[in-house]
Every structure is written in structure tokens, then in C-alpha cells.
Design a protein around this ligand. Structure first.
Ligand SMILES: [Zn+2]
Length: 189
């Protein structure tokens, strides 16, 4: 599990796919999430900041995202982080997993502070469930990172490993990796 906040628990308040909001049925392009206890938003994967802005002209539908940041990952995916109170990166900048992108907020078309996290394929249009990137189920609820996942994040932030999902899947398959990863994480703290 990868959490786009600098904390160990996240609440998914709205899932990806069809939903009804204020009596209107719409296709929700991402997850709405709230970091439990901490509002700093961090990159779930490294890449290049291809957009960091707020659109105030309401004839442009992008105004709905408020303050948002878009990261293009090495694999060519686009990750959108929306409705932030403030942004901590600028267009053209390179970021790595765990870098702070901004602070959760309520800008744009938003009814309460939350993060809208959206994933698009390299065509820039096709939306995919954030579950494929985060490992968080496409279902409302509260999700907490395990001690093992926290250790993996330490290694990712220090640049010792760069493919957290790969290691998380491996660790789930092979129990002994858990001790190995924990020991390495302890050694580099
Ligand atoms: Zn949303």
C-alpha cells in the first residue's frame, strides 16, 4: 500500500467509478482521500512535474481541481493531486517518491478538505483505478500501512529501492523478506 500523505493511515471517502453526488450521477475519475492526522501530500511515485497551478477561469472545467499538481512518471503515467490548499512544487521540477507536493485543501469543486488522486494512462485521457498504483482497494474505508510497508517507504525515500510496489508484492509472497527488509531499514535509519 502506498499512501499519498505523509502518514500511516488514509480514509478513502469516494471510490473510482460511477457515483452519485448531490443527486447527480457521474463517473468519478479517481479516489477522494483524507490523510488521518497529517495533511502533507507526498508523491507516490517519482517523475516530472508537468503541471502545478490553479485555474480560476470557470469556463475552463479544470477550475474544479483547484490547486493541482500533475506528475508524469517514468512509465509515462499521469498522476493528478487535486484540491490542495497550497502547492510545494513548480512545473518542470523532478520529484521522487515521498517528496512533498503540497498541503491537502478545499480549493476548486470541493465540499470539505480532501485529496482527489487520479491516474491516467500515457495518452493523457484514459483514467484507471488508483488501486493499480496505490494498492488501496477501490472501496470507501480506512486503510493503515503495516510496519513492513512503513519500512519499505524508508528505503524508497532514501533511494535504496525504487520500486515499492514490486517489493510490497514480493514481501507478501515471501514471508522471510519481511525480516530482511526490516533489518535493512533499521540499518539505514
Ligand atoms: Zn474526486
Amino acid at each position: 500500500m502506498i499512501i499519498p500523505f505523509n502518514c500511516d493511515s488514509v480514509r478513502v471517502t469516494s471510490r473510482f467509478g460511477t457515483r452519485t453526488l448531490n443527486g447527480k450521477t457521474e463517473n468519478h475519475g479517481g479516489y477522494d482521500m483524507v490523510g488521518v492526522g497529517l495533511w502533507d501530500i507526498v508523491a507516490v511515485e517519482g517523475g516530472t512535474v508537468v503541471q502545478s497551478r490553479i485555474v480560476t477561469d470557470k469556463s475552463n472545467t479544470t477550475w474544479q481541481w483547484g490547486n493541482y499538481v500533475c506528475i508524469k512518471t517514468a512509465a509515462g503515467q499521469y498522476h493528478y493531486y487535486c484540491h490542495m490548499a497550497s502547492r510545494a512544487v513548480v512545473k518542470g521540477q523532478t520529484v521522487k517518491a515521498g517528496d512533498k507536493l503540497g498541503v491537502m485543501g478545499n480549493t476548486g469543486y470541493s465540499f470539505g478538505a480532501h485529496l482527489h488522486f487520479e491516474v491516467r494512462k500515457s495518452d493523457g485521457k484514459t483514467k484507471v483505478s488508483p488501486e493499480t498504483v496505490l494498492g488501496i482497494p477501490n472501496k470507501t474505508g480506512t486503510y493503515t500501512r503495516s510496519a513492513l510497508e512503513s519500512d519499505l517507504d524508508v528505503l524508497v525515500k532514501k533511494g535504496i529501492i525504487n520500486s515499492p510496489m514490486y517489493w510490497k508484492q514480493k514481501a507478501a509472497q515471501v514471508q522471510y523478506l519481511e525480516d530482511f527488509i526490516h533489518n535493512v531499514a533499521e540499518a539505514v535509519k
